[in-house]
Design a protein around this ligand. Structure first.
Ligand SMILES: NC(=O)c1ccc[n+]([C@@H]2O[C@H](COP(=O)([O-])OP(=O)(O)OC[C@H]3O[C@@H](n4cnc5c(N)ncnc54)[C@H](O)[C@@H]3O)[C@@H](O)[C@H]2O)c1
Length: 357
């Protein structure tokens, strides 16, 4: 990544270091332009209106400044939703439209989040393939010709019924049952091919289910883990679409965003996995989450009425071995199940439109 530092050159080129020293300088009332690294290049985010995109764009804008980011998606933001970040409509399946946006700025890094998730993908497999694979291919070709670094998220959906179910290792059987999983498995191989064949610096994480109070999930098999909080707080009951003993690996959104930034900060020679890194924070079953929520809302009632998503969940691991990410780029989540539940409930209760049950 290319930075010029003014005037404190020892603040070498890392956002992480900047984040660590910024509060100290703030307390000393040193003007920010004396110590903030100045980026010369720009960051593009696709799928920026999605569950991950909203949080990632906000974090990137805090670190680099809103004017360094261009957010794109097929659906437009609500007024003021992006806090000064420029938004452009972009369908990632449209290679010419992508090329036109890339021509307007010298993008240094692209976070390619646009995608169709597992449950939605099963309802529309053609669209899932088109967006997830054609979109990724356009982006890899552009990264090759324009020389930007690329982040692309994969998923635990790459695994399937023959995969080791607990502590699933990095190099495990990959036999996805869903079109979403097929696209993620193919996408991982495509990324590794572009790295080895053309030197494209593409990095990826196999995300577990991600829990956020900021924006709703986008049609995945782990959406119940978010919906349960909102329904518990606002209705006092929830009908869960997977069974009580369905256990899946999960992560809280602040850790998901941190993992993306940590991975993109790591020196290239420390990235030993060019398909996609296993990553997790904790695992819980639907029943265990309901139990944890009841510590705050003792009258919360959760019923279980599995639908087609149960079969998808059954084929996914219940826990993940992410030791390679921990070794390669010091992955270490900040939230565990208890601190995540506490933070979710606190944050949802603060929302202006929150109406307690
Ligand atoms: N959220 C999770 O739990 C999770 C877990 C594993 C992997 N991922 C991956 O992370 C990425 C982002 O996921 P998310 O949870 O934010 O999903 P999301 O559904 O909330 O957001 C995806 C965004 O992509 C946009 N999009 C869809 N088709 C598009 C197109 N043709 N062109 C441009 N934009 C398009 C949607 O409008 C949406 O805003 C996806 O690749 C997803 O597979 C997410």
């Amino acid at each position: 990544m290319r930075f010029y530092i003014r005037p404190t050159r020892y603040l070498q080129q890392t956002h992480t270091l900047f984040e660590k020293v910024a509060p100290i300088f703030e307390q000393l009332r040193v003007p920010i332009h004396f110590y903030k690294p100045v980026r010369l290049n720009m960051i593009l985010v696709t799928g920026s209106m999605g569950q991950i995109g909203i949080d990632l764009v906000s974090k990137l804008a805090n670190i680099h400044g809103a004017d360094q980011i261009v957010a794109t998606d097929v659906r437009p933001p609500a007024p003021d939703q992006l806090g000064g970040v420029r938004f452009t409509t972009l369908d990632v399946t449209d290679a010419r439209a992508l090329d036109s946006i890339l021509s307007e700025n010298d993008f240094d890094t692209v976070y390619h989040l646009a995608g169709i998730l597992s449950a939605t993908g099963e309802n529309n497999p053609d669209l899932c393939w088109k967006v997830n694979i054609e979109g990724l291919e356009h982006m890899l070709k552009a990264a090759r010709s324009r020389n930007f670094r690329l982040f692309w998220p994969s998923s635990i959906a790459v695994f399937g019924p023959a995969t080791e179910n607990t502590s699933t290792p990095q190099h495990a059987v990959m036999d996805p049952m869903t079109m979403y999983g097929v696209t993620k498995t193919s996408g991982e191989l495509l990324c590794r091919y572009y790295f080895h064949k053309f030197g494209v610096d593409v990095r990826s994480i196999r995300f577990p289910g991600i829990i956020s109070h900021v924006s709703p999930p986008g049609g995945g098999t782990t959406d119940w883990a978010v919906a349960m909080f909102f329904q518990a707080l606002e209705a006092g009951n929830y009908s869960c679409f997977v069974s009580e003993d369905t256990r899946l690996p999960m992560m809280y959104m602040p850790d998901a965003v941190k993992s993306i930034l940590d991975l993109m900060e790591a020196p290239s020679d420390q990235i030993s996995v060019r398909t996609s890194y296993n990553l997790t924070a904790f695992s819980f079953s639907a029943g265990e989450l309901a139990h944890s929520i009841r510590a705050y809302l003792p009258n919360f009632l959760c019923s279980y009425d599995p639908d087609f998503r149960q079969e998808i969940a059954n084929a996914w691991p219940s826990s993940i071995d992410d030791s390679i990410a921990r070794t390669d780029w010091n992955w270490n989540p900040e939230f565990n199940l208890d601190t995540m539940v506490d933070d979710m409930i606190t944050e949802i209760r603060k929302k202006p439109d929150y109406l307690p049950a």
